[in-house]
Design a protein around this ligand. Sequence first.
Ligand SMILES: *[C@@H]1O[C@H](CO)[C@@H](O)[C@H](O)[C@H]1NC(C)=O
Ligand SMILES: *[C@@H]1O[C@H](CO)[C@@H](O)[C@H](O)[C@H]1NC(C)=O
Length: 802
Amino acid sequence: MKRQVLLFVWSYFVGSVLGQVTYSIPEEMSKGSLVGNIAQDLGLDLKRLKSGRARIHSGDNAEYLELDKERGLLLVKERIDRETLCGETTLCALHLQMILENPMELFRITIEITDINDGAPRFASGSKRFEISESAIVGSKFVLEKAIDADIGTNGLQSYSLSPTNNFQLKLESQSDGHKKVEMILQKALDREQQEKLSLLLTAFDGGQPRRSGTMQIIVHVLDVNDNAPMFSQTLYKATIRENAPKGTRVITVSASDKDSGSNGEIAFVISQNTLISELFQINSATGDIILTGDVDYEKSKVLQIDIEAVDNGGLSDSSKILIDVIDVNDNSPQMKILSKSDSISEDSAENTVVTMLSVSDPDSGSNGGVKCHTNNDIPFKIENTINGFYSLLTEVDLDRESASEYNITVTCSDEGVPSLSSSVTLTLHISDVNDNAPVFERSSYEAYVVENNTPGLSVLTLKASDADWNQNARLSYILEESSVNGVPVSSYVSVNAESGVIHAVRSFDYEQLKEFHFRVRAQDGGSPPLSSNVSVHILIQDQNDNGPQVLYPVQTGGSLLAEMVPRSADVGYLVTKVVAVDVDSGQNAWLSYKVHKATDRALFEVGLHNGEIRTVRQVTDKDAVKQRLTVVVEDNGRPSRSATVIVNVAVANSFPQVLSEFTDLSMHDKEYNDQLTFYLVLALAVVSFLFITCLLLIISVKVYRWRQSRVLYHSNLPVIPYCPPRYSDTLGTGTLPHLYNYEVCRTTDSRKSDCKLDKAACHNMLVMDPSFTGTMQKMQNEKNILDEPDSPLEVGHLWLN
Ligand SMILES: *[C@@H]1O[C@H](CO)[C@@H](O)[C@H](O)[C@H]1NC(C)=O
Ligand SMILES: *[C@@H]1O[C@H](CO)[C@@H](O)[C@H](O)[C@H]1NC(C)=O
């Protein structure tokens, strides 16, 4: 609009311009400043100015200038601001007319207002804020505010600058309207993590002298982008853990950082998938604590490796690993394994025989795995380390099954850890038997007493031997050693039960025949070869009262008479006769006593209790009968006792004929009785003779048969046992007879036994007679009783004719 006005003014004055003057003044001159000497410049006289009443016409414009008519000067009336006056118009001029009157004259005055740099470039706002993601790509453009400078030309806005220029560069782009577009271009990528906020200064410059400028602050907030992965503080973590550490133990804490902010910087820890390890450990995803959740076993793995990851919310991650050294703890006792083993060994095994082989191992390491083995002390075995980890159990000394038949061998192995762990194994080893022990009898010798007349088969005694060996080696049998007793094999006397060791009598013993005998019994075991030992057995036969007393004198005859004669003049104590009896038993059984049983006149005779002497008790008188008869009982001291009776006839007379007549009467009395008796005797004799001949034939035939049968015992099975006692000798001296009697009695039907030791002289039939008793001489029949002791104490010899 101003421009229009100006144009209008310009065209209005075109036709009447008389003179023209142009001044150029800078704007902003102070009031009263001289613009130009217009009078002079127009060639006008000052008077003319006055007379023409010169005045300045400035049209619509404000009156910036005034005319000093006095001096003809054009002065600045008011401050002129070119920018107000002309704006951006580059040629800014004030067109004035000076009008003169009288005559009217019009002068054009052009006052060119030149620009002075009075305005600085200016931004509309003092600051501008940008929010730019750090991910913005290089080359991104950001439009900036333009600055304004009212000045024109060089004083106008000339240039911009931006500082610092680290990230951004200024780009000015001319636009069609001549203005410039101010932009900043991202030159280098932003990094929030480096600089979260950038402060830039945009400066606009003009071209004046001096240069003026205006600034604007540009603040760039860098917006975070998850452009940073988390980072572990270490690429490798190392930790240690004791094996068997309790669950819940914290092993280590890992840490990671993420430069991003906010959720982009939030880190979660995870254990990379590994089934084995993730069972053992857990990681606290927030704190990074590694917690033990399983059992760590040094023996399974000595080093554990955990791969871990740190992940931020944006999914960026980092990985690291943790190496955990497992520290060995002595948690394993030695493991023993029997490689080979014998259950039994022979007792004669040599020293250092290997019985068992073991392997011993301890999975622990170091001294926790160092193993030492030993056996229990009280056994003859030792353990030796053969090669590493292998042990042999050996015998240490010779073994004896009889002292120990089995061993419980405890092998204990302990490691060297603190505290030490140990394990043990017990082996039972049997010692097998070897026949190294002979049987041993319980006693060094045996002695047994057998009462004679025993039943054959009687068990006499039991031998017992023992054998320290075992089973077959200790199975004993008892064997009778061959020997002879009185020329007869001992086996005909005794037998031994091989199994039980019981000794049986084979036959009935007769003390009067055999008083004692010895033999040996052997005990033999079942080993191979067998071992044996023997023992002596002494059998003593004990007497039994099986023989009654035998009266030797007076000889008893059937019907005949033998009388002792006592003279009527005999004194008191006159020895009438002596009853002589013997008992083949011994001891008490042969201790004889004599008693009067019946007597014609008891007051006349007595018999010595022990010596059998019959003596008169009182003086014989004439009144006493001639014929006296005494019955004397001879009794032994056996239990029960046996006895024999003997009748002693005594004749009390002074002369033999008297005696004879007495005794003949006696015979006549008996005559009838004797006839009857004679008949019976004949009958009996016939029967006996028949039996005798029959027996004789039988015996002979048996003898012949036996003879052929290899001369076995000739007398044990005979129906009648021949009786021929050996020479009787009562060495004990306890017999009833005060002196030694040696006698031999043979009473046999066996002709072979007739060779008994009898003197030829003693073996004939005997006549007993008194020279004065011719009619009473008796012949002793079927008896061979000899008193052959020359110094016999018998004092009745006067009756004997020998
Ligand atoms: C060995 O052990 C067994 C069973 O424990 C036992 O019966 C036996 O008597 C023991 N032997 C020895 C010699 O100790
Ligand atoms: C019996 O034993 C003894 C040693 O006690 C021995 O000298 C003898 O030879 C043995 N006799 C037999 C027949 O074995």
